[in-house]
Structures are given as C-alpha cells and as structure tokens.
Ligand binder design. Sequence first.
Ligand code: ADP
Ligand code: F6P
Length: 334
Amino acid sequence: MYSIPTLEVTHKPNAIAVLTSGGDSPGMNPAIRGVVRAALNQDIRVVGIHKGYSGLITGDFEEMNSASVTNIVQRGGTLLKSDRCLAFKDPKVRKLGAEILADNQIDALVVIGGDGSLTGAHLLCRETGIPVIGLPGTIDNDIYGTEDTIGFDTAVNTALDAIDKIRDTALSHESLFLVEVMGRNSGFIATHVGIACGAEMIVVPEYEVKVDTICYQLAHNRQTGQGSSGIIVVAEGPIPGLTYSLAHQLEANGQAPKVCILGHIQRGGSPSGHDRVLASCLGASAVDYLCAGISDIMVGVQNGAICATPLAEVIAHKKALDPVLFQRALLLHK
Ligand code: ADP
Ligand code: F6P
C-alpha cells in the first residue's frame, strides 16, 4: 500500500484537462478515473482530451463527469485514446496547444504517458506557464524518478501467461524458444519476466551477452540433466524482430531455436490489481499537487510513497536496470 502525501489546497484550478499519450498501457483508465474523481470531489471542472497531443492542438475535448469514468477501472487501453503527435515537438505547436487550453478556460493539464510524452509535458509547462503534471504511463518501466510505471505489472503478467504456455510445448518437444518481449531499449520487462518464468537466459540491451555464452549455458543444462528444452527471454531493443538475427547466430552454432514475438498483446488486457491501485493513487495525487500549486513534476512512487520529481530531472536521466538484480536473475538459471 502506498503512503500518500498530505498537501494543503492553496491554488485550486478552475478546470483540469487530462490526456493519454504515446504507447497505451493497462492502467491508463484507472489513472484517468483517479484524476476525474479527485477533481470532481474538489468541485473542479474536468475535460478529457482525445488522442493525446493531437487532440490538444485540434481542440478534440469532452467534458467529463463522474459517470464518464464509470466501469472503466478494470478496462485495458485508454478511454481517451492515445496517439503519437510528431508536430508537438515544434514549440509553435505547443504554444497553439496552450492557447486552445486558455480558450476553453482550462488552467491545468495532467499528461499520462512515457518519456516522450513527459518531455512534451515539461516543454509545454516551461514555455507557456500552464501548470502541467506528468504521470508515468508505460509498460516499459523505464522512467526515472519512479520505481514503477502504470502498466508494467500487467504487461509482465501477460507475458508470463504466454510463456508458461510456450514452456509446455517446449518441454514436450525438447525445443529451445527465443521469446521476444517489449521494452523498447530497456530490459525491465525481460528481466522481471525472465526471473518469474525461470528462463534459461535473459538478453537485454543494457548488457552484452555473447552467443558462445548462451551455447555454453545450454550445453551445461543438458549435461546437468535439466533437459534440452529452454526459454530465452529477449528484450526487443530498438526494432521489434531483432530476435530473428540472434536465432540465426544460434543456428550457426548448432542450436535449433524457435522464435516467438509476443508483441502488442503485452500492451492490452485488464489491468492487474497492482496497476489499478497504483494508477488510481497517482491520478488522484496529480490533482492534490495541482491544488497545492505544484507543477512541472511527475508524480511517481519511491519506497512505497507517492512522491514528486521535477519533470526536467525525469527526462534528463535514463533509469538504470539494477545490475545486481540482473546478475541475480542470471544466477538463478545455473
Ligand atoms: P512515450 O510517451 O510512450 O515515450 P513517444 O516517445 O512516442 O511515446 O512520445 C509520445 C508523444 O510525446 C510524441 O508523439 C510527441 O507528441 C510527444 N513528444 C515526444 N518527444 C517529444 C519532444 N522531444 N518534445 C515534445 N513532445 C514530444
Ligand atoms: O513504449 C511502449 C512500447 O510498447 C514499447 O515497449 C514498444 O517498443 C513500443 O511501445 C511499440 O510501439 P508501437 O508499436 O505502438 O509503435
């Protein structure tokens, strides 16, 4: 359970807008609900922006009431829809976004998304003065300033559900599987999934692993009676599908791997209980911070406590995969 800071209401906005941006993640809906319900509890008007920054710059808005977020806490995806809006990288377009907010009497914004979305949020706030709060919404868990992101837990469990099934057929046929999981350039999903599914090896972008090392590990498993089937969890890296090139290298070294790319199923599905609680608390806390006159921050969680980190700090750092955790993960397969 999270400890939640008590903040004094000193700068209550008249109207808060909320949007979801970038790759969607399971838990965005409970986060939206947290923002909407917490704001309405304070008699603040709430406006939902459709399709992320694309909807902001076209004024694609909807007035939200308590019923707007009924029956969404358990639903994957995002009620508000999401988008990637390259135009928002242009300061003139961000200025237009701020003007559209002002024209609609909206005086604060909550952005739920990954590092790109949080970059846009920070620039909008810094350049136009509109109070903006970011919430970490991504399955990748690659956001600095928070231990956990909305959707990570669900994505890990979705991947595990699939890999447990792959394990059955791998054992039956004594096959080796390379299972590619999402995570862009970070190995958080792969490491957690690898530990939890008992993978024979984990390949992540952060640490180089040689094909020889993988072959050695597989030979060692056979010699020690662990059988010749196996699961190697591979983080996708910069481009989905690179796992095929690892498979070719293994084939050249006498292995016969099969490749399974889990892909976008990891982004869907009903959010886990953990993600629902995290998202609800972060959504409601975003409103608390705005009402306390604090903005240009991301609300995240550290040591079990809801906390704020300046957006400038969040986007300036890359969250590192804990090397001790990764080494521990590898040791468990030996
Ligand atoms: P995520 O938020 O999941 O990391 P993206 O990196 O695709 O996903 O970013 C989502 C959106 O955030 C982009 O389409 C764009 O609208 C906005 N964004 C990303 N990077 C920047 C940037 N440098 N400046 C302003 N906006 C950005
Ligand atoms: O950032 C979330 C994420 O799901 C990454 O793990 C993945 O690399 C990327 O988005 C895929 O994005 P899309 O296929 O929607 O462009």
